[in-house]
Write a protein that binds this ligand. Structure first.
Ligand SMILES: [Fe+2]
Length: 239
């Protein structure tokens, strides 16, 4: 029997094209496989052990904040159809609000706990001044602790714009289809809540009132937001 990660790769290869999932059933197969992932399948057993013994708070020195280790991205695979990678987040670290334009994203928390917040745009209009705030609807605002089910974000639903805050050390296994590609107009853009106070909290859309509107605007993430390349120590994927 091939390694778990090899079987997952094989299913992804059969399920994704450069336009995304080839069919709903194909996406479901990937989800079913991703639901079974364990830290030991991707070389993260030691990191998961640390979390099992986690006492709850990050160490503090003399009341000052210790400098945290950076968020690490472990690259497993990328083709024109899909990418596979793992974000390893130290406690209290944040991946700011960002989007996945035209992409389907499967995410699975491998170990640890995090807080996730996600939004979808309420207007499907693309031709909007990107500098201006755009209305979005909150889809999810919840704490997640591994093991928990896979989350799927779709191009216009499911919470395509999201942010993560690590509560304990945690790792998120991500499959994107198609992957980010600047050439094809799929860049990662960061957002924040607009500080403007004059924007309405409700909008009238096709005759129905959508409440709980959050206005998001593009922003440059702070300088202390850094993602470093980490070393993947799990079984090698044969492509
Ligand atoms: Fe993301």
């Amino acid at each position: 029997m091939p390694y778990y990660i090899q079987r997952l790769y094989n299913i992804c290869k059969a399920s994704f094209s450069s336009d995304g999932p080839v069919a709903d059933e194909a996406l479901e197969k990937v989800r079913a496989m991703l639901d079974k992932i364990k830290p030991s399948d991707v070389g993260l057993e030691q990191e998961a052990q640390v979390v099992r013994a986690w006492s709850g708070s990050a160490p503090e020195r003399n009341g000052s904040r210790p400098s945290l280790p950076p968020i690490k991205y472990l690259h497993l695979h990328e083709s024109a159809s899909f990418s596979i990678g793992i974000f390893c987040m130290p406690p209290s670290s944040i991946i700011p609000l960002h989007n996945h334009p035209g992409m389907t994203v499967l995410s699975k928390l491998v170990y640890g706990s995090m807080h996730v917040k996600s939004y979808d745009w309420v207007d499907a209009v693309a031709a909007i001044d990107p500098v201006q705030a755009r209305p979005a609807r909150l889809v999810k605002d919840a704490e997640m602790t591994a093991p928990c089910p896979t989350t799927i974000l779709y191009p216009t639903s499911g919470g395509n714009i999201h942010c993560f805050r690590a509560i304990t050390p945690c790792a998120i296994f991500d499959i994107l289809s198609p992957p980010y590609s600047s050439e094809n107009g799929r860049h990662c853009t960061y957002f924040r809540r607009s500080p403007r106070r004059d924007l309405p909290g409700e909008l009238e859309l096709d005759g129905t009132t959508v409440s709980n509107i959050t206005w998001l605007e593009e922003f440059q993430p702070p300088d202390n937001f850094v993602i470093r390349r980490g070393v993947y120590k799990g079984p090698v994927i044969r492509t």
